[in-house]
Unconditional design. Structure first.
Lengths: 247, 874
């Protein structure tokens, strides 16, 4: 575990945050069932992404053994009604989870339309945001006034990744957490768990690439990326502003 | 059996062979052309024939005259059915329209002639069916089928699958494949070869195949490609008519300036444009070839600006131009209204472009065959001389051009390679076959193996394609959407599945990947074109090379890419010079031999002899001779300084170690004039091994004459042990592994997945969507790369290492080293690169073999950051 602030940790080596006081893991952006959505559009991929995403969640939960799991938005990928293959993937996922004797909370993301029906079956609560002591957990696709938020804001939606260059100039892209401050708030942006979720490279060059309306005016040069290789390592890196100078 | 035609027919003999009225028409020609002398007879005997001859030699008429004659005979007897008797296939739609016009002339004249005698008979109908053919034209064709069908490979695959049209094909007696040289080297050809075997299944009797080809080699293999194999595995019979060298050539080698090294690029261009203007003013019509589309644009622009030639009399023609523009230029050419026309590759093929006096080749055409094909566009008829000028803008091109001329006069040609068993093409055809009927696996396998590219296909691979199409690799058979066919391995049958299959097949057929070109802008100024998959890989801030300049990528929107020019910064991403043609192996070997011969003459103090040799064998002007001599001399002096008393040759493969202190890098430069297809294989294999020895990613740079590995100075790498670890026996597996971990495979896999209907460009009427756009080639490849034995991944690797690259010749090179026919010579370290290395360092295509262990990459990066931070603090 990498300690960030008070009760907030990174569940190293997993792409999840951890709140110690309530023993909860927080994941974001699973985008399950993307293969099914793609097949409707004439791209026929095997279900390997959903499989490896589910695999990461189950492995990390069995290793950390939290008493609660929070999914911070975009559990599924398709915007529309659940199609057969999405339905099957999600059922498999929640059936597996419900056997693990956990409290589960799902925060609604912009992709999570029509998810409520399924969650009802498993008696899983489905919220727009969740506030707990100083922490606000929400997906981050809607703009909000910072005054309405807790001291620590935990969001997803952004799928941040960081591009690093090795000494011969070859580029490598890593998913990452972003940890920084803005207007007296501390902000943690979660990496996407979904293998397929492409996301944007956070760089100081292009502010217009930032997806979350919450982050749009935030100067991120002081944010620290924590690069993730799921199940292997989480590596703290220097703040973005320094990183671009150093590599 | 392959047999060369030796019997030369007389004009009278041929006239006797034909229907009397067709003979009346044909008798207007006073004499036969060489293809006609040797080709018509075997066609009349019902034998398969491959005719190879330069353009303008009456090939097409050779193929058609006997067919026309037979059709008139049937028509007069009243036994001409409403069926297709002859199919003519060419790769170019434009060529199809030409052929249609050229056929209608004799058909109409003969018809009038017979009608003049008071005879009534059924018209002989000719129909063109291509992707442009409208629905109503297609239904008209069903009601009144053409007796001669003119089509493209893609449309042929459609008509043999279309439920009604295929029934009209049972009487097919002749199939003509035109421009077969441009088909057999790529997947379009593999696709066509399977269509032909499927057509055999439809026809009552085996039909006669007639192949028409420009200059190509080896003829035996092309003939086998044309005719395919019998069910028992023996090749079908074929008569080869070889009239390749009957046309006279006059070739010249020119350097536009006195010194190609010390002349600034501005002055060099100026000299080039003046030279081109002089050639154009000397002739009525001159055709100028550049190797790239942007080059063609640039040359035209400057020639117009220079003003020696009236701008209206200059034209440009390449495949990125709209059809209307191209047609209008072709039309002007035919009418003789242009003096000079500049083109990249689009006018290489045989569309009738009228009268051309001279051809200028700017730079090197990289292949003897291509050079001859281009030069052959001038003096368009057999008795005229083909005039060709080769103008080189750098020293390597100059030598390549000169050696090409020398080899061409000796009658030497490049050996082509024909793709072997492409599984994506196979998958597409299996879908087509399943649409027609239920197949036994054995029967389908038998049909497929008759096609030349699939003759060695093993049954397990064939089954893996069937399994893929039936959805077996997806582990989710319950979702029917993934299966295009049903497959019952117990009973041994397969057939179609799903109601969308027919539209999927008809809308997505073909083998040419449709890649979107994106346009790069600096502000509002257009810089050039970029391929979409290349842009996918760019992040803001990346620096890359485009059209000779260096640019920073800022972002993109729609199909616009925004860049800004930067100076003095190294590119951060490899550039793809996919437009650039690779040097052929045979021409490369000839270059290596030539350079050594000249060096030896110089070493022995026989410079005059060397000069005379170049002047005579290469038809070189004085500046060309001076440049070549100077280039080889200075390289010789460089090697001598490093203690070497021999020179680059076919046998001597020299390795240079160039230390770049300010980059803290060692450049290991392998001088191998094998062309990029072979050098790419070697570079990747050595880089892969070097990566494992050093534990860092290895960057490389590949060119036709050499390749470079770039290795950080801090790591130890013993070159001898590196050389020993790459052998002819493990080369294929090394390079396969390297390719699996390169960025190149992302794009190639996407093409393969397109052809095999895993990714559909057209589906349920939609073309693009948000989710589709987000799915880049890397993601798609990662979804399947680890499925064991997945046929499409295997095919992507095969396409890269066998077609895009040439692993087979690379293996042969290493075998030569192992058996002592070639040797590596490693030079000592030096802080300057040799003159022969300048080319690769300037224009080499870059790529890298990546580290796979992401944890290690991250830790290495972190260590570097820490060192850097501590360095700053200290």
């Amino acid at each position: 575990m990498i300690h960030l602030y008070k009760d907030l940790y990174i569940a190293d080596p997993w792409p999840a945050a951890y709140l110690k006081d309530i023993d909860a893991m927080i994941f974001a952006d699973l985008h399950l069932g993307m293969e099914g959505v793609l097949s409707e559009e004439g791209i026929f991929l095997p279900r390997s992404f959903s499989k490896s995403t589910i695999d990461i969640i189950f492995r990390s939960v069995s290793s950390v053994e939290p008493s609660m799991v929070i999914f911070n938005g975009d559990i599924k990928h398709g915007f529309g009604l659940l199609n057969t293959s999405e339905w099957a993937v999600l059922r498999e996922f929640f059936s597996g989870l419900s056997q693990m004797k956990l409290d589960i909370l799902v925060i609604r993301g912009n992709h999570d339309n029509y998810l409520g029906v399924l969650l009802d079956k498993y008696g899983i609560p489905f919220e727009k945001r969740w506030d707990h002591t100083i922490y606000t957990i929400m997906h981050g696709h809607e703009s909000m006034s910072w005054d309405e938020l807790g001291e620590v804001v935990i969001i997803g939606h952004e799928h941040p990744s960081v591009t690093l260059r090795d000494e011969v100039g070859v580029k490598f892209k890593f998913k990452c957490f972003m940890w920084g401050e803005y207007k007296g708030h501390k902000i943690l942006v979660l990496p996407s768990v979904g293998e397929l979720a492409t996301g944007s490279t956070i760089s100081l060059y292009s502010e217009e690439d930032i997806l979350s309306p919450l982050l749009r005016n935030v100067n991120m040069s002081g944010f620290k990326p924590y690069a993730v290789v799921p199940g292997e390592i989480v590596q703290e890196l220097p703040p973005l502003g320094d990183l671009e100078r150093l590599l | 059996m392959m047999e060369y035609a030796t019997r030369r027919a007389t004009r009278e003999e041929i006239l006797r062979l034909l229907d009397e009225d067709v003979a009346w028409w044909f008798s207007r020609f006073d004499s036969l052309t060489p293809p006609q002398e040797y080709g018509i007879l075997p066609i009349a005997e019902g034998r398969n024939v491959l005719i190879t001859a330069p353009t303008g030699s009456g090939k097409t008429l050779t193929a058609f005259i006997y067919i026309i004659s037979e059709l008139f005979k049937l028509a007069k007897e009243g036994s001409l059915d409403d069926r297709v008797y002859a199919i003519y296939v060419s790769p170019l739609r434009a060529l199809n329209n030409d052929i249609y016009k050229n056929l209608m002339v004799p058909l109409n004249e003969i018809k009038e002639h017979i009608r003049g005698k008071g005879l009534e008979f059924k018209d002989i109908r000719v129909g063109v069916r291509t992707g442009d053919t409208t629905q109503s034209e297609r239904s008209r064709m069903l009601r009144n089928p053409p007796h001669i069908l003119i089509t493209t490979p893609e449309s042929l695959a459609l008509v043999i699958t279309a439920p009604k049209f295929r029934l009209l094909l049972n009487k097919v007696r002749w199939v003509i494949i035109d421009e077969i040289h441009s088909l057999c080297e790529n997947k379009r050809g593999s696709h066509l070869s399977l269509s032909l075997e499927r057509l055999v299944e439809l026809a009552e009797k085996e039909f006669v195949r007639i192949g028409l080809s420009a200059t190509i080699n080896p003829l035996d293999e092309v003939a086998k490609f044309l005719v395919g194999y019998n069910d028992d595995g023996t090749p079908r019979d074929c008569v080869i008519v070889d009239t390749r060298f009957h046309k006279k050539m006059d070739l010249r080698l020119r350097a536009p300036v006195e010194d190609l090294i010390y002349t600034s690029s501005d002055r060099l261009s100026e000299a080039l444009y003046h030279y081109l203007s002089r050639v154009i003013s000397k002739y009525r019509t001159t055709l100028i070839f550049t190797n790239t589309r942007s080059g063609a644009e640039r040359v035209t622009y400057h020639l117009k600006k220079l003003g020696f030639i009236d701008a209206d009399e200059l034209g440009v023609h390449h495949s990125s131009l709209s059809r209307e523009i191209r047609f209008s230029i072709e039309d002007k050419l035919k009418k003789g209204e242009v003096r000079g026309i500049v083109t990249s590759t689009s006018l290489e093929l045989g569309i009738d472009i009228g009268y051309i006096d001279a051809v200028v080749q700017v730079g090197s055409p990289k292949s003897i065959n291509r050079g001859l094909q281009r030069i052959g566009r001038s003096g368009h008829s057999m008795d005229r001389v083909s005039k060709g000028y080769f103008v080189a803008l750098d020293l390597d091109d100059l030598i390549e051009d000169g050696v090409l001329i020398k080899e061409a006069y000796k009658g030497r040609l490049d050996t082509i390679s024909i793709p072997k068993g492409p599984l994506d093409v196979l998958a597409q055809h299996i879908v087509g076959m399943a649409l027609v009927k239920k197949w036994s696996i054995d029967e389908a396998f038998k049909v497929v193996r008759r096609a030349y590219p699939f003759r060695d296909l093993d049954e397990e691979k064939f089954l893996s394609v069937l399994r893929y199409l039936s959805g077996k690799y997806y582990n989710l058979e319950k979702y029917r959407v993934y299966g295009k066919i049903w497959l019952d391995e117990e009973t041994g049958y397969f057939g179609r599945r799903g109601r969308y299959l027919r539209p999927i097949y008809f809308q997505n057929i073909g083998t040419i990947p449709d890649e979107v070109a994106m346009i790069a802008y600096h502000g509002r100024r257009r810089i050039g074109y970029l391929e979409e998959p290349f842009v996918e890989n760019l992040d803001p801030g990346d620096i890359f090379v485009l059209g000779g300049g260096t640019y920073r990528f800022l972002g993109c929107s729609g199909n616009k890419v925004f860049v800004e020019p930067v100076k003095g910064l190294r590119p951060t991403v490899p550039s793809w010079i996919s437009e650039m043609l690779p040097l052929t192996f045979d021409l490369g070997e000839a270059v290596a031999g030539f350079r050594y011969d000249i060096w030896r003459l110089l070493r022995d103090g026989r410079e005059d002899e060397a000069r005379k040799y170049i002047e005579k064998e290469m038809r070189a002007n004085k500046w060309a001779v001076d440049n070549i001599i100077r280039y080889i001399k200075i390289q010789g002096e460089f090697l001598e300084k490093l203690g070497l008393d021999t020179f680059h040759s076919r046998e001597n493969l020299i390795i240079e170690q160039y230390i770049v202190y300010n980059e803290r890098m060692r450049y290991i430069i392998f001088h191998t004039v094998f062309g990029r297809r072979v050098n790419n294989v070697l570079a990747r294999a050595y880089a892969y091994v070097a990566r494992d020895i050093t534990g860092t990613s290895i960057r490389m740079q590949v060119d036709d004459n050499s390749f470079v590995l770039m290795i950080p100075l801090r790591v130890e790498l013993d070159i001898q042990s590196l050389l020993e670890k790459v052998k002819s026996k493990n080369l294929r597996s090394l390079v396969s592994e390297a390719v699996k971990n390169s960025q190149l495979i992302w794009r190639i896999f996407r093409h393969v997945a397109n052809r095999a209907f895993m990714i559909l460009s057209h589906y349920k009427g939609r073309k693009t969507s948000l989710t589709r756009q987000q799915i880049n080639s890397e993601i798609i490849y990662n979804a399947v790369r680890d499925i064991p034995g997945f046929p499409l991944v295997e095919e992507a690797i095969r396409e890269i290492i066998e077609d895009k690259m040439d692993v087979i010749r690379a293996e042969a090179v290493l075998r030569d080293v192992e058996e002592g026919r070639r040797r590596w010579i490693v030079l000592r370290e030096y802080d300057l690169p040799s003159p022969f290395a300048h080319g690769v360092l300037l224009r080499g295509m870059q790529d890298a073999v990546l580290m796979e262990d992401r944890v290690k990459v991250l830790q290495n990066l972190y260590n570097r950051i820490r060192e850097r931070i501590e360095g700053i603090r200290a």
